[in-house]
Design a binder for this molecule. Structure first.
Ligand code: MTE
Length: 327
């Protein structure tokens, strides 16, 4: 049954890994430099030649725009990779870590279509050769009232969307996750009520906001399957379910797209789903959250902040809107 639960806890404490990789090392880790000629793999009209393999540094996260990277303690990688929501592999928090390895992520491509002047496809090789990667340490707040702090490796979604040239009709962006029944045991479950593939959506201005990331890694390494390999969305001011994993399709649309959780229960899950301590979930309060690692004895309970603490950066997107109505 696909239903968010306020979950039980235990989590271990492990020293966070410190990061700072070069893109070349990152691509090596992803197995991409083993490919014969990276430039030759570009697969669509939009692709530009690869950058020639010269080492490209991650930009120092601290040099990103003000407030984009938090210096709050990072959640240990072990917690982030073992306590997951990825219903394609089951509804238990440990199911993704157990079963997501059954998903094949190589080769991978993303189709970009709909209201764009230059529709096309990007392979992961295209993505990694085209966009400068940077580290962004973001808070992630799940609608189930737990949260974590994750150092993502990625690039602004805006950079990708601009390459495909949104038309003047484009007002929303719809996203879809890979759907392969034979590799995703959760999609074969008789108790699942989700209409696969998992779908999400943003308004175009939200999608173009510089905080909105496409992440290809975390903790300086390629993305683990359970966290949405090889590429996922991260929208830090919205509840975690908006941050769709393992994206294969991006479609620009005129109309607001259907999304998985809104389809399942529109009364409980709105299209916007901005983090808001003043709008409770019908079945629980959103005033506080458990910051992982958290345990029964040490719940690590902290107050939830409007827009998950990104109010200065994003409040302008919702000027004049009733946030209780457009929840
Ligand atoms: N994306 C897909 N395709 N399927 C999912 O079940 N779960 C969402 C989101 N993205 C989900 C998904 C939810 S509910 C949350 S809280 C975050 O992923 C969790 O990301 P994490 O497991 O990397 O912490």
């Amino acid at each position: 049954m696909a239903q968010f639960r306020v979950p039980p806890i235990p989590s271990s404490e492990i020293t966070p890994e410190s990061v700072y990789l070069r893109r070349r090392q990152f691509m090596q880790a992803a197995g991409l430099l083993a490919a014969p000629a990276l430039a030759g793999l570009a697969s669509d009209v939009n692709a530009r030649p690869a950058t020639g393999g010269s080492p490209l540094e991650f930009r120092d996260a601290a040099s990103g725009p003000a407030g984009f990277t938090t210096d709050e303690a990072r959640t240990p990688r072990q917690d982030v990779t073992s306590y997951c929501n990825f219903y394609e592999f089951g509804s238990g928090k440990d199911d993704p870590a157990k079963y997501a390895h059954e998903m094949s992520v190589d080769p991978w491509s993303i189709a970009v279509e709909g209201e764009v002047a230059r529709p096309g496809k990007l392979t992961m090789e295209d993505v990694l050769s085209r966009y400068d990667l940077e580290e962004r340490v973001y808070r992630l707040r799940c609608v189930e009232a737990w949260s974590m702090v994750v150092p993502w490796v990625g690039f602004p979604l805006a950079a990708l969307l601009k390459n495909f040239e949104p038309t003047s009709k484009a007002r929303y962006v719809a996203f879809e996750t890979l759907y392969r029944r034979d590799e995703m045991r959760g999609t074969r479950s008789f108790t699942s009520t989700i209409d696969w593939p998992y779908r999400e959506g943003l308004r175009l201005d939200e999608a173009m906001h510089p905080l909105t990331l496409l992440a290809v890694g975390m903790y300086g390494k390629t993305m683990p399957n359970q966290n949405g390999a090889p590429i996922r969305l991260v929208v830090p001011w919205k509840y975690g379910f908006k941050s769709i994993k393992s994206v294969v399709r991006i479609r620009l649309t005129e109309k607001q797209p259907a999304t998985t959780w809104q389809d399942l229960n529109a009364r409980e899950y709105g299209f916007y789903s901005n983090v808001n301590p003043d709008v409770d979930h019908p079945r629980w309060s959103q005033k506080y959250e458990r910051r992982l690692p958290s345990s029964l004895l040490r719940p690590n309970r902290i107050p939830t902040r409007l827009f998950n603490g990104y109010e200065d950066q994003v409040a302008g997107l919702y000027k004049g809107m009733d946030l209780k109505k457009y929840f």
